[in-house]
Design a protein around this ligand. Structure first.
Ligand SMILES: Cc1cc2nc3c(=O)[nH]c(=O)nc-3n(C[C@H](O)[C@H](O)[C@H](O)COP(=O)(O)OP(=O)(O)OC[C@H]3O[C@@H](n4cnc5c(N)ncnc54)[C@H](O)[C@@H]3O)c2cc1C
Length: 340
């Protein structure tokens, strides 16, 4: 099994604040930055902490995003960081190694302590977890090096770009059947490598009707072409099946490192397809003061859906802060009244 985490080029960092901030956003991808933008635009003191390894870092472009189709992932995030900063938010480069509940304020408003990998800490009233997910690829020799280029997972992200190419599906389980039918929409030249997974007779007949060829011989490796790119799939009998693109469903694991002390609930997807943080409306969790947005809670969200979820969570966090601020102001006013 190989885990995919690519790093983007280093970007400018702001400095941490000493005082308690309204919100810390852990993760500065589409979800985190859009959440931070909503909070900053609401004049909240917000700090984004980002370790610089967004999920789509290996991809050349973000596709299927209205108005921005094909924008390089790093450029989208650069624009997002600028927009957050333009509204007074801070974006700090670093990795959160611990986020934990702290003693609440005198009025009972939640507090959290966030610790970074350089040992610095900051205190926050609310947390937005937007750490994304890790794709775990099946263990096939030569596969990982083509991830995000010749090896793709999502017909909506890169399908148009690989249309009409000779595509292979490296099956990982029952979900690969659906995957194959989606990629068949994009090419007439599709081979389904079963890799020891079960394929019932009914599905074989359906595949035949759609012109999808099935290879049951085990796969031994993905072969790289001389000029780079994929040459094909080597089978255990030595045969090379020429392919330029391989589609594979990954196991998707929400990134939870450093977040254990928050004791957030997680949920498993059926068939071992992945694990994510469990959330309710607008990313709320059962821990008061903590929201989750993007791939960390919705494993299938693309960039647009992740950004939208972050924006919604940011708005709900601001509403929660507004209510807490009003309660605190009321308590202070009543204290003043009793003194006079
Ligand atoms: C190869 C590939 C290509 C894709 N192409 C497309 C496409 O064309 N169109 C599309 O819409 N979607 C595409 N996607 C999906 C897209 O990547 C996700 O929808 C999107 O990245 C989710 O955004 P996010 O903010 O939830 O997570 P991410 O973008 O992964 O951002 C999470 C951020 O949190 C940071 N982080 C994690 N843990 C910590 C921590 N402990 N401390 C500090 N920071 C932390 C990470 O460094 C990262 O920067 C693609 C995915 C892949 C794998």
């Amino acid at each position: 099994m190989s885990v995919t985490t690519a790093t983007t080029a280093a970007h400018a960092t702001d400095h941490l604040l000493e005082e308690t901030v309204d919100a810390v956003v852990i993760g500065g991808g589409a979800a985190g930055l859009n959440g931070a933008l909503m909070l900053a635009r609401s004049r909240r003191a917000v700090v984004v902490i980002d370790s610089g390894t967004p999920r789509n870092a290996p991809a050349d472009g973000v596709h299927g995003l209205l108005g921005l189709d094909g924008i390089p992932p790093a450029e989208l995030l650069r624009r997002g960081r600028d927009e957050v900063r333009r509204h007074g938010g801070l974006v700090v480069t670093g990795e959160v190694i611990s986020a934990a509940p702290a003693a609440p304020s005198a009025e009972g408003d939640p507090r959290f302590t966030v610790t970074l990998d350089d040992g610095s800490t900051l205190s926050a009233r609310r947390l937005l977890i937007a750490t994304g997910l890790r794709d775990v690829l099946p263990d096939v020799r030569g596969l990982a090096e083509h991830w995000g280029h010749g090896v793709v997972h999502c017909p909506y992200c890169h399908g148009w770009e690989v249309r009409d190419e000779p595509i292979g599906i490296l099956a990982v389980g029952p979900a690969s059947v659906h995957h194959a039918l989606l990629f068949r929409q994009l090419t007439d030249d599709l081979v389904y490598f079963t890799r020891g997974t079960e394929l019932d007779e009914d599905t074989r007949v359906r595949f035949a009707a759609r012109g999808i060829r099935i290879v049951d011989t085990p796969v031994s490796e993905v072969v790289t072409a001389e000029g780079g790119g994929i040459a094909g799939v080597r089978l255990s009998d030595g045969q090379l099946v020429p392919r330029r693109v391989l589609a594979v469903a990954t196991t998707m694991q929400a990134r939870t490192d450093g977040l254990d002390e928050l004791a957030l609930s997680t949920q498993e997807l059926p068939g071992g397809m992945g694990r994510h943080f469990a959330t309710g409306m607008a990313g709320a969790t059962h821990v008061p003061g903590v929201w989750v947005a993007g791939n960390a809670t919705d494993l299938t969200a693309q960039v647009g859906a992740s950004a939208a979820a972050g924006a919604l969570a940011g708005a709900r966090m601001n509403a929660d802060l507004v209510a807490a601020d009003t309660e605190a102001a009321l308590a202070a006013a009543q204290r003043d009244l009793t003194r006079t």
